[in-house]
Design a protein around this ligand. Structure first.
Ligand code: ATP
Length: 212
């Protein structure tokens, strides 16, 4: 199962966690195989895309048999580094940040928010969802080396300076929930999720591309 991961297209890679979650459920219910049509129905990705995606994983479904659930699962576990825990920090314990701290990410994947930062004195020194909140001034001193990912839920204006400090401290990936388009060096990965834009885009699609 030696797949060259650099050959997996990014669009395919983004669907991996989705497939993984569904296959884990299948496995838990004792299923040994799954067809691309069943998968397609469950994850809402068309079956041609699923077949193409899976061909990158060396998983060739057999006609009338489908895919081997155990094979796929071990592939995903390895590819998504599920045997390795990724430590995460969260900056900005406001409404959104608080929701993330309460949300149990480790239920479905191996990530854990280890610590959080804010500047609001009323939040410093508290625990939210079991995660300690420190002052941002202590970022450099408190952020452990094993933390490689940061979630940004701060006001738009502070996103860039905080990003710069995080990168200086060795953060490799940022999940940016602020509307700011942050600048980062090439080796840093930013995934940008602007909830207001997503909502607006959904409403636009409903209006202009109503399903037949
Ligand atoms: P709240 O109602 O708790 O203020 P909010 O999500 O509406 O939440 P925002 O103004 O978006 O408020 O701020 C989000 C969080 O980011 C707040 O907890 C705020 O204290 C914190 N924050 C603001 N500036 C910074 C900063 N420079 N560094 C870290 N955290 C910050």
């Amino acid at each position: 199962m030696n797949i060259d991961q650099s050959k997996i297209p990014q669009a395919t890679a983004k669907r991996l966690p989705l497939y993984y979650r569904f296959l884990k459920n299948l496995h838990a219910s004792g299923k040994l195989r799954v067809s691309s049509a069943e998968l397609s129905e469950a994850v809402k990705v068309d079956s041609a895309t699923i077949r193409r995606d899976f061909s990158y994983f060396g998983a060739l479904g057999k006609k009338g048999y489908g895919y081997n659930v155990n094979y796929l699962l071990s592939f995903f576990r390895k590819t998504l580094d599920q045997d390795e825990l990724t430590a995460v920090t969260l900056i900005g314990v406001g409404n959104l940040g608080t929701a993330f701290l309460h949300y149990n990410f480790s239920k479905n994947n191996n990530t854990k928010i280890e610590l959080a930062f804010d500047v609001d004195q009323s939040k410093i020194g508290t625990e939210v969802g079991g995660v300690s909140v420190y002052h941002l001034d202590e970022l450099e001193e408190r952020l452990p080396e094993n933390v490689t990912v940061a979630i940004l839920t701060v006001p738009v204006g502070s996103a860039q300076p905080i990003t710069d400090r995080l990168i200086q401290k060795g953060i490799k990936g940022i999940l940016n929930f602020t509307p700011a388009r942050i600048n980062v060096p090439e080796h840093i990965r930013v995934h940008h999720i602007d909830l207001a834009v997503e909502l607006q885009s959904l409403v636009y699609f409903l209006k202009h591309y109503p399903s037949e």
